[in-house]
Design a binder for this molecule. Structure first.
Ligand code: NAP
Length: 251
């Protein structure tokens, strides 16, 4: 039986695996293994990484993988680059399945777009005006904000805080551990009383309520732009397109 590999760790990856459960091929979903409470997709699940591009290429050959869908987060550049190299080496077709960028969001023109987290931290420090900076950038990125925001009031929301990150953060920062999806009411509660919000262009609908609520409350939004993705990879942004590609490759 043919085997599809989905590089996951996102809701759209999980839903794709779930929707392929009845197909006459094996679906293996791979997770980085960083979140202890991850909701698991249907089918076989592996976790913990491959050991770089060469490790992934070896896995593709060993398991005779017929096609790979890279459905990792838009900011997962390392895994995405590894997938391109490994699939070229193992001669396996690769699809990038990612959420549509928030550049197309109705509020996008009013937000401050920056190139990276260092720049976001500097802009946030200037815009905070003595108030609270709300950070929704993911736990791994928090250390990039410490230098600029050490003396500021910061309210950071992460799915799960790990000790290696926690020790790098100022004691005065307030960290909320909470797993989405978040409704508009959740976001109103989170953002009420903050002066500026920083996020990254994760895109799609699932985490977009905070943007609508920030606009509604008049809170300035700073958005870190997406990293460049390898241009040569076929890319889709909807489940239907991803499904169609998979069925073409494995039928
Ligand atoms: P990354 O920087 O692109 O990758 C770092 C390393 O983590 C990779 O070299 C790989 O290790 C391992 N890895 C990443 N994704 C993997 C996967 N799906 N399966 C197996 N190994 C994986 O990744 P990241 O941005 O830290 O993201 C890690 C995971 O969290 C991804 O699955 C991503 O979808 C999910 N996630 C990330 C974000 C975010 O903001 N970055 C947000 C939500 C969810 P090896 O080299 O050993 O193979």
């Amino acid at each position: 039986m043919s085997t599809l590999l989905i590089l996951g760790g996102t809701a759209q990856a999980r839903r794709l695996a779930d929707s392929l459960a009845e197909q006459p091929f094996t679906v293996v979903s791979s997770l980085a293994g960083r979140t202890s409470s991850a909701r698991l997709p249907a089918g076989e699940v592996i976790s913990g990484g491959f050991g770089g591009a060469s490790g992934l290429a070896a896995f593709l050959k060993e398991r005779s993988i017929a096609a790979v869908v890279n459905a990792t987060h838009p900011f997962s550049t390392q895994m995405s680059n590894n997938a391109v190299i490994a699939c070229q080496e193992a001669k396996v077709p690769l699809l990038r399945f990612t959420r549509p960028s928030w550049r197309e969001h109705s509020g996008a023109a009013s937000w401050t777009w920056v190139a990276d987290h260092q720049q976001a931290a500097t802009v946030a420090a200037n815009r905070a005006d003595g108030g609270v900076v709300a950070l929704t950038v993911g736990r791994q990125e928090l250390p990039a904000y410490v230098e600029s925001l050490r003396q500021h009031q910061v309210l950071a929301r992460v799915t799960e805080l790990t000790d290696d990150i926690a020790v790098q953060l100022p004691n005065r920062w307030q960290i909320i551990e909470n797993k989405g999806p978040f409704s508009a009411d959740d976001e109103r509660e989170f953002l009420q009383g903050t002066s500026v919000m920083v996020t990254k262009d994760s895109g799609g609908c699932e985490t977009a309520a905070k943007l609508t609520v920030a606009d509604e409350l008049g809170i300035p939004v700073i958005v870190v732009s997406r990293p460049q993705s390898p241009a040569e990879v076929a890319t889709v942004t909807t489940s239907a397109q991803a499904m169609q590609w998979v069925l073409q490759q494995l039928s």
